[in-house]
Design a protein around this ligand. Structure first.
Ligand code: PRP
Ligand code: MN
Ligand code: MG
Length: 186
């Protein structure tokens, strides 16, 4: 058992369920992109690193990976609505089939910004894969082709998701005890 478990109130999605879902998503993506040339997976640092690592190994097609870092949260638990590009792509995506890989969609502001910014670079196609979505928090409409789980409006950590930079290495997706983050969003 993880030494971080004392900070956890509840395991929302256990690791085995996540792995099964990632496998299903990988198989679906493999079917959908079979006819295309090299798929480019774009992971959104830092939260997407774990799902990126697992998902890419479930896609049975030649593919490449690249990363962007776009941050909207800072150290708090709620979105500031301010999206900053901290690191841009290394690849030219014009004419490429691009799939953005995210850990979670909350307000949708990060992805809607990213989507607009990548579309302007004229990819052959652009879709979104997100492991988690919190529909109750959505502020902008977003078309998500590959979605793992819809979850309630709880602050979750683990499997890439952090609180103040920590807990990303928890294998399960967990709800933290309120006292860990002072009980209030910052
Ligand atoms: C989190 C999460 C998504 C984004 C979702 O990232 O990983 O990228 O917020 O929120 P939104 O839909 O309200 O925009 P965060 O900004 O915390 O950076 P991180 O991935 O480095 O933790
Ligand atoms: Mn993120
Ligand atoms: Mg974060």
């Amino acid at each position: 058992m993880s030494s971080m478990m004392p900070d956890v109130q509840e395991v929302l999605i256990p690791s085995e369920e996540i792995q099964q879902k990632v496998k299903d998503l990988g198989e679906q993506i493999t079917r959908d992109y079979r006819e295309h040339r090299r798929l480019l997976l774009v992971g959104v640092l830092r939260g997407a690193v774990i799902v990126m690592g697992d998902l890419m190994r479930r896609i049975d097609l030649p593919c490449e990976i690249d990363f962007m870092e776009v941050s909207s949260y800072g150290a708090g638990t709620t979105s500031s609505g301010v999206v900053r590009i901290l690191k841009d792509l290394e690849e030219d995506i014009s004419g490429r089939h691009v799939l953005i890989v995210e850990d979670i969609i909350d307000t949708g502001l990060t992805l809607s910004y990213l989507r607009r910014s990548l579309l302007a670079r004229k990819p052959a196609s652009l879709e979104i894969c997100a492991l988690l979505s919190k529909p109750a928090r959505r502020r902008v409409e977003l078309d998500v082709k590959y979605l793992g789980f819809e979850i309630p409006d709880e602050f979750v950590v683990g499997y890439g998701l952090d609180y103040a930079g920590c807990y990303r290495n928890l294998p399960d997706i967990c709800i933290l005890k309120p006292e860990v983050f002072g009980g209030a969003a910052s």
